[in-house]
Design a protein around this ligand. Structure first.
Ligand code: VGL
Ligand code: ZN
Length: 210
């Protein structure tokens, strides 16, 4: 693989897999695809959704509210989630079957209780910066291939931000799955990618981009 290219693994964590607190349907199907992708990239970087237990995106922290309802959180519209990816818990950890031995860095997001953070680059208010963009630029990365969970939230905002920051951005459609709170959310994310100039590809097409 070209040395200016990174594979970005977004939130491949137990809570987003079957049995997890915010399980993404068929989320586990991406694990073998990711295993094969990892062997084809030198530069592997991951993001980790990592919340304090009092995080404002958790329905449990707003009396009378349920997951899926909307509130205003510090001035931003916020959909409420089940309690997930709490710091130090199994749910926040990566699945044991995921090989992390070649990962160069992990960027945590969502640690500020008063703002959610879907993108691996910035929080939803675009105030907090994880440092991922600067990290990639410092490593000479020009092309970013994105995979992980969930297509309609963290993968979507991570890919859109990567593209806005000037990285040539690709998304592996077979190495991501959507939450699909609304049945077409995943499909819409793919449409947004194409409209933004992000290239959607299947992992088997990677050979034409090496
Ligand atoms: C995510 C909802 C809440 C994600 C994280 O990783 O897509 N979705 N927190
Ligand atoms: Zn979260």
């Amino acid at each position: 693989m070209r040395t200016d290219t990174a594979l970005l693994l977004v939130d491949v964590q137990n809570d987003f897999l079957p049995g997890g607190a915010l399980a993404v349907p068929q989320g586990d199907e991406i694990l073998p695809v990711i295993a094969s992708l990892q062997s084809q990239f030198e530069h592997l970087v991951a993001t980790q959704d990592y919340h304090p237990v009092d995080h404002g995106s958790f329905a449990a922290n707003h009396s009378g509210k349920n997951p899926g309802e909307w509130i205003e959180l510090e001035g931003l519209p916020q959909i409420l989630w089940p309690t997930h990816c709490v710091e130090g818990t199994f749910g926040a950890d990566f699945p044991s079957t995921l090989d992390r031995s070649a990962w160069k860095a992990v960027f945590q997001k969502g640690r500020n209780p008063s703002v959610d953070s879907y993108s691996g680059f910035f929080d939803n208010a675009r105030r907090g910066d994880t440092g991922l963009g600067e990290y990639l630029k410092n490593k000479g990365i020009a092309r970013v291939f994105v995979c992980g969970l969930a297509l309609d939230y963290c993968v979507k905002f991570t890919a859109l931000d990567a593209n806005s920051l000037g990285f040539e951005t690709y998304v592996f459609t077979d190495a991501t799955r959507a939450v699909n709170l609304h049945s077409k959310d995943g499909m819409r994310a793919l449409e947004e990618f194409r409209a933004a100039g992000i290239i959607c590809l299947e992992s088997k097409e990677l050979r034409s981009y090496v």
